[in-house]
Design a protein around this ligand. Sequence first.
Ligand code: OAD
Length: 257
Amino acid sequence: MVPGLDQGLGERAQARHLLGRLVQERLRVSQRPRALTGAGASAESGIPVFRGADGWWRNRRAEELATPEAFSRDPKTVWEWYDYRRDIIAKAKPNLCHEFLARMENIHPRWHTITQNVDGLHQRAGSSRVLELHGSIWQVRCTACDVDYEDERVPIPILPSCRTCGGLVRPGVVWFGESLPQDVLQRAFALAEDSDLFFVVGTSGVVEPAASLARVAKSAGAFVVEINPEPSALTPAADAFLQGKAGEVFERLLGLG
Ligand code: OAD
C-alpha cells in the first residue's frame, strides 16, 4: 500500500463526487437547460465516432467521404459508406445517454437537445425536442430535382434513384463545406443564447458552427458542463468537466444522493 497514492485516489473520487453534486444542483434549478451532443453520445450504442482510431473505413476518413466533392467523384463509394453506417445504426439501440436526455424532457418542460448526430437515436429513446444540425441518415435528396424524402431501406440499393424523377439521390446529411439548414441553425443559436445550463456531450468540438454553440451559451451566462472521456477543444469553455463515458456519467448523476 502506498499511503500517498491511496490518499490521492480518495481525494480525486471526492472531488468528482462534489462536482457531480454541483451539476446535479444546477440541473435541479435550471429553467432553460440544453444539451449539444456529438458522435460520443452514440458511442456506447456501438456506432463508430468520426475522429480517432475507429473513424477509419476502408483506409479512408470521414472528412474524405462526407463531402460533395467525394460524392461527385465517386458516389458509389460514398453510398457504400453510408450503407455501412445505416446498417450499424439500424441494429443499434439507444444507450443510457440517450435515455437520460429523453427523461430530462419530462422533468424540464424547456429542455432541448441539439445534435450533430444523424442517427436518430435521441428520437428513438423518446426525445421529441431535438434539433438535427447535420440532417438525418434516413433522409435522401435528389441531385436532379432536389426533392427530399425519408428512405429507411437497409441495405439501400447502390446507387439509389429518386422516386419522383429517377435521378441519383444523395444522403440527406450536411457534408463538410456545405451550409447547415438556416432555420435549424437559427433556432439552435437562439436556444444557446437563451440557456442557463448547457451540456456538451461526446463531441470533439472542432466542427463549426456546432462548436460555437457552447461558447455562445457560455457568453450568455450558461453554466457549461462537458461530458467526455477525453478533454476536447471545448474543455476550456466548460465550467465543469465530467470525465467519462456519457452513459456512465449520466448514470452516476442520477445515482448521486
Ligand atoms: P468526433 O468523432 O469528432 O468526436 C467524438 C467525441 O466523442 C470525442 O471527443 C471522443 O472523446 C468522445 N467520446 C468517445 N466515446 C465517448 C463516450 N462513450 N461518451 C462520451 N464521449 C465519447 O465526433 P463529433 O464531434 O460529433 O459531421 O464530430 C462532429 C462532426 O464531424 C460530425 O457531426 C460529422 C463529423 O465528421 C459531418 O459529417 C458533417
